[in-house]
Design a protein around this ligand. Structure first.
Ligand code: SF4
Length: 334
């Protein structure tokens, strides 16, 4: 069956947006990008596949859940630390709560009726359960990894450093990953002349030492990306956001230091931002937006209406498809 369509689709509510996650997905697989960000385009002609895609978009593998829960637990800990509420008992209580949360989520996911599409904004916990894979043996190691990530953080020099920041810095922002604030993620990009696009970025930990000195930290879990003496694109975007808050694009007088901290190893990568980093990321965002526009009707970022689905190329990598949470819909669409 050919599921492609050239019929007009429902007008989307939002203008085109750029984020590091979004552009990474576009580079990973255009079909996956389409299914994730333009799901509404399926509704008119393929309501069944539209509702299944809505469900599959919320699924995550247990490995992705480890990353998410590690962020939750570390954020819970840092917020308590910021309020000087941390004791040995409190740390154990935070970990116990996380163990219970993950077990409850797992049971819910395992028992859930995935054919029920009326309730798709619920906790669609594991792609393994949707695809009827045996995940029982994965739960305990996942819980231990999440709790172990917090233990490693507490045992590392970063624990003392963040306490110093809470003590001495002018302002410290700790993210709330359980309740993301999308408004505060918006980057004011008028200064870089991208008026019809919205840019989203929010660091995990942001320290303001003074009007001219900043530190950005981003917690990572999973495969380590070893960057020699350089700062990742993600950190460059956060640094740009910091500058744009001051209506600047130049680092004159401004000092920004930024690191990605891997919770599995507590290795960190990053350094002091240079002007070439800022200039490079501005150009990258502009180029990425042009690439995204090529997949929009009339290249119109404001309307943000996708071209026909067949124009979104599927990856040729079987490895990527093997664990793709959207593979069921993708195969049906073919
Ligand atoms: S199954 Fe493969 S081709 Fe299809 S969306 Fe996923 S990664 Fe892309």
């Amino acid at each position: 069956m050919n599921y492609s369509s050239s019929r007009p689709v429902r007008k989307p509510k939002k203008t085109l947006s750029w984020s590091n996650t979004r552009i990474t997905l576009l580079e990973y697989c255009e079909r996956k990008y389409f299914l994730n960000y333009y799901t509404f385009a399926l509704k008119q002609d393929y309501p069944e596949l539209w509702s299944e895609t809505l469900l599959l978009k919320w699924l995550k593998s247990i490995e992705m859940r480890v990353w998410e829960k590690s962020h939750f637990l570390l954020s819970d800990y840092l917020h308590a630390l910021k309020k000087w509420e941390i004791t040995e008992e409190k740390i154990e209580a935070l970990k116990d709560n996380m163990r219970m949360e993950m077990k409850a989520d797992f049971d819910y996911s395992k028992e859930r009726d995935y054919t029920d599409r009326d309730d798709f904004f619920g906790k669609f916990w594991l792609s393994e359960h949707f695809y009827q894979e045996d995940a029982d043996s994965l739960l305990e190691p996942a819980i231990e990894k999440v709790c172990g990530n917090l233990d490693r953080f507490i045992a590392s020099p970063w624990n003392e450093k963040v306490q110093d920041y809470f003590n001495s810095a002018k302002f410290v922002y700790v993210e709330h990953p359980r309740n993301p604030d999308f408004e505060s993620m918006k980057v004011d990009i008028g200064k870089i002349w991208l008026k019809d696009v919205s840019v989203l970025a929010s660091p995990d930990f942001w320290v303001v030492f003074s009007d001219t000195d900043f530190l950005i930290l981003d917690w990572k879990s999973g495969k380590e990306e070893v960057l020699d003496n350089s700062v990742s694109d993600q950190l460059k975007v956060y640094a740009l956001k910091t500058l744009l808050k001051k209506w600047l694009t130049s680092l004159d007088w401004i000092n920004i230091e930024a690191y990605e901290v891997y919770l599995d190893s507590m290795n960190s990568y990053g350094g002091i931002l240079k002007q070439e980093d800022i200039d490079w990321i501005i150009e990258k965002i502009k180029n990425d937006v042009e690439e995204q526009k090529k997949l929009l009707v009339e290249w119109n970022a404001y309307r943000n209406q996708p071209v026909d689905m067949v124009m979104f190329r599927k990856t040729t990598s079987d490895k990527k498809c093997e664990h793709c949470t959207l593979r069921d819909v993708c195969q049906k669409l073919n």
